[in-house]
Design a protein around this ligand. Structure first.
Ligand SMILES: [Fe+2]
Length: 423
């Protein structure tokens, strides 16, 4: 081969290589990044649908989800239905991301489904979940207090312990302050990491906390909900106008779950809640929000929220009110003490931040310097509640049995001593 021909050959080879690299690169760009932060949330009717939300790069132009009956075979996707996703651009510093949401609707009640999501041609694994039954049917759910601090390092083991003890839990309730800084994307990344595939295969039910709010502009006294909330979670828009997706409700197998926003539009939510619980056909009612009606931490009291919402809980005989914010554990006895009535009030904490105790006369069971998760079982007329510490040890337990409008409340009286901070 003549030298000139060799040089020409090398140039041709180099050009071809560049072309291949360019094609591969363009293909990779079009394919998008692997879906991350995948989270399944309830629609207003969990018997026929669920929302799924996930994150991709700003360059993703065609995101979608696929859903099929879970037939337990590798051919799971043969009859899958493809659903286009809606993007929501979220700016994080100098980077921007797209959070995609797809409504998995038109499903059959009490049926196992498999779904996956894609950024372009980059698909997630198949996840499975079961739609709710239209009738009351036994199920369990998890409830977590504030994660907020040491989310990745110390909360992940709590979530994993909860999964080990209740792998069949259908819902995962979070009572607010999931992160410490409202729009800290690294903290949100940790929060999604702690639950991994659990977020994609149980219905995640989040309430906002004060730490999901930030100054509207630096130095301003007005605060607004972080843009991360709306981007990362798709939730029922059946609450109060102006606090959509932070006040919402849905019914699940005999239980009405109501999530309230304890930061804004308190009076409006009072009116809405009163209407919502009038004629509620469910056997049980569980309400969750961040700031507790009865506080357990020093120098804390949410008098306005108590004044507005407690009469509604009383008049509609709400069974359980689940809160966070105080970084202690507290649980009332509906038959005695300052919180007596029908409702059982609970404050709990999952993260590492722990507070000094305040006036805790309202709490029949109290605890400090604990990381906790709660497993709640509903079976017809019977509701069982367990609070467990990060190592799985039982810390609190009670049972409620409903006969007509009468409830028999039975706390476990054989528990060990309360864990209190030594002065
Ligand atoms: Fe808080």
């Amino acid at each position: 081969m003549k030298p000139r021909t060799i040089a020409g050959g090398i140039a041709l080879l180099a050009a071809a290589s560049l072309l291949i690299i360019a094609v591969v690169w363009a293909g990779a760009q079009a394919a998008g990044s692997q879906p991350e932060r995948i989270v399944l949330c309830p629609t207003a009717d969990p018997t026929t649908g669920a929302y799924v939300t996930w994150r991709g790069g700003a360059d993703v132009t065609d995101a979608s989800a696929q859903i099929a009956l879970d037939n337990g075979t590798p051919a799971i996707g043969n009859d899958a239905r493809t659903i286009a996703a809606t993007p929501n651009v979220l700016q994080v510093g100098t980077s921007s991301y797209k959070h995609f949401s797809a409504a998995l609707t038109g499903l059959q009640p009490d049926t196992a489904y498999a779904y996956r999501v894609a950024n372009g041609t980059k698909w997630s694994e198949w996840f499975t979940f079961r739609t709710a039954s239209t009738r009351p049917k036994p199920f369990r759910f998890l409830y977590f207090g504030d994660e907020q601090n040491s989310i990745g390092t110390l909360c992940s083991r709590v979530v994993r312990q909860a999964f080990a003890m209740a792998p069949d839990a259908r819902l995962k309730l979070h009572a607010g302050d999931q992160t410490n800084a409202a729009s800290n994307d690294t903290e949100w990344g940790e929060w999604f990491m702690t639950a991994g595939f659990l977020n994609a295969s149980t219905l995640v039910v989040p309430a906002i906390g004060n730490h999901q709010y930030e100054r509207s502009v630096p130095g301003s006294d007005t605060r607004r909900l972080t843009s991360h909330w709306q981007a990362q979670f798709e939730l029922p828009r059946n609450g109060v106008a102006g606090v959509e997706e932070s006040s919402y409700y849905f019914d699940f197998q005999g239980v009405r779950f109501v999530v309230l926003n304890s930061m804004e539009k308190i009076v409006e939510q009072t009116v809405w809640l009163d209407t919502l619980l009038t004629g509620n056909p469910n056997r049980w009612t569980v309400v969750m929000f961040h700031h507790p009606i009865f506080s357990g931490a020093r120098n804390r009291d949410n008098a306005e929220i108590r004044k507005q919402w407690k009469p509604i809980f009383d008049s509609h005989r709400v069974d359980l009110v689940l809160c966070g914010h105080d970084h202690v554990y507290g649980r009332s006895n509906p038959e005695s003490g300052p919180a007596a009535g029908h409702t059982v009030y609970v404050v709990s904490v999952t993260g590492s931040k722990q507070y000094e105790a305040g006036d805790r006369k309202w709490a029949a069971r109290f605890g400090q310097d604990l990381q906790l998760f709660q497993v709640i079982s509903v079976d017809g007329d019977r509701l069982r509640f367990e609070a467990r510490t990060a190592d799985g040890s039982l810390y609190d337990r009670f049972e409620m049995v409903k006969r007509g409008r009468t409830v028999r409340f039975s706390p476990d009286t054989k528990l060990g001593p309360e864990r209190l901070r030594s002065k």
